[in-house]
Design a protein around this ligand. Structure first.
Ligand SMILES: Cc1ncc(COP(=O)(O)O)c(C=O)c1O
Length: 481
């Protein structure tokens, strides 16, 4: 594992690095505060000039939004440029690097999506191969398309657990062409990969490890959480700013954690997938979320206590229990239903006012975060206790296995061909020119270049979470022969 480069020696451990902030002459937040009250004429973009007035009949959203306009600025000498950071953004990214104990951090205001795409572009060169377990997010495939990389898909046996060291070893044995692998963890239901075993298997083969840890930004901040990718020595790590910590939606970070990746390559790649006008509202919110991380260890303690209590209480029920993974992230609660899962989720919302993150086969997943309060978990526990006496027993259904598909041509070739739309149910034997996903959410089961078959049509058609089909899920784009 590389030596960590920190701004000050005592900041190498993940956790409070807040003593850095006074060392910064100005933070992005100071600059935005100054800009908002400045009386300067804003004869620069954006067109609203910092002024907006909710008119007659405006609701809460429009009124609140008015307060944001003065802070929505652009690149000026004072404000720095997130794509070419030399001032407050450089300081903010160094601050983040010190908090997470990594070599370098780059901010994204285009979500973890941009972080994943940039990681792939930076680490797969010369038409190399990218290893993608089947729970990989669609952004990994977008990255492969941009990098003109070949994709080796790894069909994994358990989507709740995620990819195992054994599956990784089998996938890379005898392979000499794999440049990088994306490992996703925590999985949607909250199991963390066995990083200590997986990272060395990949490194032995000279494969760059990209950790899509977008659901696990918080992991290094408490020993109540399983080990994360940073301390296990993954080379590139993507953390979301909005999934479990307090940034606004669309914020993310890409950490460089080894010497085997050139930071300039990564910055270059990230620029190509970010707006040339990156939002100051978003980047300011990400910096604020990082400042708030000093409160995260206490929050994680509170949530993990309530999590343990919830496991205990639900274990006494007949219709519901908590899924116990080996390396379970306490920020995710996966409840197994021995009743109609969709009906239980509807009841949670309609009767108890609780909206879960996901319903998947027999499992309902709840995701917690820095804004979660103890009462939120009490409410979930209460609801399940009551529903236990209401819901009719039903044998839990197993998660369906994702059928495999064969490949006729590369993704890049398929998307550069002319396409046509055909009814999905009649597309067996045709070559896909699109991504289609069902479960796990965001992970495609069909990619451009795949030969569509009956089994995958059936799998997708029986899912109620389909993305990528057209015209009311009736049609698919295929390569025109
Ligand atoms: C595993 C995983 N990776 C990446 C992403 C992309 O994150 P973002 O929405 O921040 O772009 C998601 C989104 O849900 C995800 O679940």
């Amino acid at each position: 594992m590389m030596a960590k480069q920190c701004l000050t020696a005592n900041l190498c451990q993940p956790g409070p690095a807040h003593d850095i902030i006074p060392l910064m002459k100005k933070t992005i937040i100071d600059v935005l505060d100054e800009m908002a009250v400045s009386s300067c004429d804003r004869s620069f973009i954006p067109g609203h000039k910092g002024r907006a007035f909710a008119g007659e009949g405006a609701g809460d959203f429009e009124k609140e939004l008015d307060g944001i306009y003065p802070f929505d600025v652009t690149e000026t000498d004072k404000t720095d440029n997130l794509n070419y950071p030399e001032g407050v953004f450089r300081d903010a990214e160094e601050y983040a690097a010190s908090l997470f104990g990594v070599r370098k951090t780059l901010f994204s205001v285009n979500g973890s999506t941009a972080g994943v795409i940039a990681s792939v572009i930076a680490s797969v060169k010369d038409n190399g191969t990218l290893l993608l377990p089947m729970n990989s997010h669609i952004s990994c495939y977008y990255g492969a398309m941009h990098a003109n990389a070949k994709v080796k898909r790894l069909y994994i046996s358990d989507h709740i657990v995620g990819v195992t060291p054994e599956e990784i070893r089998e996938a890379v044995d005898g392979e000499n062409d794999i440049a990088a692998a994306v490992i996703t963890g925590p999985t949607y239901p909250g199991n963390c990969p066995d990083w200590e075993k997986i990272v060395p298997i990949l490194h032995e083969k000279g494969i760059t490890v990209i950790a899509d840890e977008s659901h696990g930004t918080h992991l290094s901040f408490s020993d109540r959480c399983p080990e994360g990718a940073v301390s296990a020595g993954a080379d590139l790590i993507i953390h979301s700013g909005h999934k479990t910590i307090g940034g606004l939606t669309q914020t993310g970070m890409l950490h460089i954690n080894s010497d085997s990746v050139d930071p300039d390559d990564v910055r270059f790649a990230l620029r190509t997938v970010m707006s040339t006008s990156p939002s100051y509202i978003l980047s300011g919110s990400l910096f604020r979320a990082l400042k708030e991380l000093s409160d995260l260890p206490a929050k994680l303690m509170e949530i993990s206590e309530e999590y343990a209590e919830t496991v205990e209480e639900l274990s006494g029920l007949t219709r519901f229990s908590v899924l116990k993974n080996k390396r379970q992230d306490p920020m995710k609660l996966a409840v197994v239903c021995r009743c109609d899962t969709a009906a239980a989720a509807r009841m949670l919302e309609d009767r108890y006012g609780i909206i879960p993150e996901m319903v998947w086969g027999p499992v309902i997943v709840f995701i917690f975060g820095q804004g979660t309060r103890r009462e939120d978990l009490f409410r979930i526990r209460d609801a399940f206790r009551q529903m236990d006496g209401i819901m009719e027993y039903r044998q839990p259904k197993d998660l369906e296995t994702i059928p495999s598909v064969s490949t006729a041509m590369s993704m890049s070739r398929a998307i550069s061909r002319r396409v046509r739309k055909v009814p999905f149910k009649e597309s067996s034997g045709l070559i896909a020119a699109d991504f289609v996903g069902a479960y796990p959410p965001g992970a495609p089961v069909i990619i451009p270049g795949d030969v569509i078959n009956r089994d995958i049509i059936e799998y997708v058609s029986s899912s109620d979470n389909v993305v990528g089909l057209w015209d009311g899920n009736a049609n698919i784009r295929v390569v025109r022969e």
